[in-house]
Structure formats: structure tokens, C-alpha cells
Design a protein around this ligand. Sequence first.
Ligand code: SAM
Length: 294
Amino acid sequence: MSDLKSVSPESSEPTLLGATEIRALAARLNVSPTKKLGQNFVIDPNTVRRIVTQARVGPNDVVVEIGPGLGSLTLALLPKVAKVVAVEIDSVLADALPATIALHAPNLKENLTVINADAMKIDSLPHNPTHLVANLPYNVSVPVVLHFLETFPSIREILVMVQSEVADRMAAVPGSKIYGIPSVKLTWYGEVDKAGLVGRNVFWPAPNVDSGLVRLVRKDRNLDPELRETLFSVVDAAFGQRRKTLRTALGSALGSPQEVEVLLRSAGIDPGLRGEQLSLADFVAIALQAKKVT
Ligand code: SAM
């Protein structure tokens, strides 16, 4: 441990982890980052500071962090919030995190709970999270955000780092080529915006693509889970065959082309349109109509 800097005595803010500390920690734990788990660790303190600033968290907030890895972002979050609950699938990393925090931020170690699990399988947490903040593993980025929005209604705001192209899709608007399943489903839960670009050199190992920050602010409304289920299956069907018109594409979800035609007309939607031309409100109109007839 002598090769790692600990908390600086003159300030209450911990010293954040840079390239030297991250590589030393990985070497000591015998960790080689794997692509399968999307392990690209942030080695730049300015980037984690930027993520925390963009996350707009405060002293009463409880943050769930998915994939804390070696702890770069966790260490920057802890001084700003009441609690961090970190969910890490890799047991070597999960086991090592409390000691890393105890070394660099001993006065904050009680505010961290580490859960060694697949985030996709989490259905309860020891504290109700108000925010989700993460540098997400790229292979599960959108499903994991949807899973947490669905499972934890207490989450008011999300700030995640994902591949730049995925950030574009998450925040896409109707009519664009990249508008699709993630854009509509996330908009069901809240307002989605891009919150900045991040270059590849702030990671170890450096990925082949740039990254982007995405923010979601949950809408303050009562979301009907049954309507959501119908809506999501309509959205999946519409974009499953995105070149086809709704009349054809929605067959798998809603019935024969004739039935779909009647249903769409009753919802006020032209059956000759394609999914990429519809707003969330249009999809909701279709789902409400589908619920009426089933
Ligand atoms: N937060 C760290 C950072 O910024 O340096 C690490 C981010 S790295 C991009 C993604 C992390 O997510 C890795 O630590 C990886 O082991 C973890 N991970 C991958 N799949 C996961 C899953 N399904 N559930 C929880 N953690 C996962």
C-alpha cells in the first residue's frame, strides 16, 4: 500500500485517484481489465470531478453507483452526498473497494455500502437511492438504466457516462435516424439530455470510441406499470422492423394488419407512418387504445 497516496492531511477532500494510483492498485490486486465486463477505469481526477458536478448531487442524497471498479468516481462522490451504494459484479473489485476508500477517505468509509452483484439482478437496496451516477459498463448501459428506473421510483435524477454513440441514441428526438427504442423508453421516465463529451485518454485502458455524459430528470407523474408494459411492447415492435410502416410492424404486438389499422386510426395515428416518426405522446396514444381493446 506504500505506493498509494492516502487522504491529504490538510484538506477534508480526499486525493482522487490518478493514472499512477489506478495502475498500482490494479497491479496489487492482480486485476487485468476485461472487455467482457466493460472495464475501462477513469484515471483522470478532473473527469470524475466533472461527472460529480454534472450529477447535481447534494449532502442529503443517496447515490447508487453501478460498476465502481477501482473506486475513482466513488471517491469523488462520497464527500458530496449522504451515502453511496456501489454495485459491482467483479468480486475482486467489490472486495477491494472498502479498503481503498478507508485509505483515501477514512472519515467517509461508513457512508459506503458495496454490493457484489450483477446490477441487472438487483431488486432492492439497503437505502432508497435519489440518484444514479455511474461510468457504465458499455455492454449493459441502456438496459441497466431502464432496470433501475423501473425498480427504484425514488431515483429522481441520473447522470451516466456511456459510449458517445449510445449517448446520442439515448437523447435522440423523433425524425432522426438514431431515434429508437432507448430514446422512447427513457423519455417515458423523464427528460433526457446530453451533458458533455469525454475523450478516450481519460481511461485505462483507452477505449476505441469517445464517451458522452447523459442526464435524465424523472418526470413527476404517476406512471401506470400496465400502460408501460403495453407501450414498451409497441415500441419494441415498431423499431424491431423500423423500415416498415406501423400497419405492418405492429402486427406482432397488436394483431392482423386490419386490426392494427383500426386501432391506429382510433388512436389518431396514420398507419402509413414509421416508428421513427412518432413522439412519446403518439406511442402512448397507441398503447392506451391497445389497452382499451384488449
Ligand atoms: N466506475 C469505475 C471508473 O469510472 O473507473 C469503473 C467503470 S468501468 C467502465 C465499468 C465497471 O462496471 C467495471 O468495474 C465492471 O466490472 C463493472 N460491471 C460490468 N458489468 C456489470 C454489471 N452487470 N453489474 C455491476 N457492475 C458491472
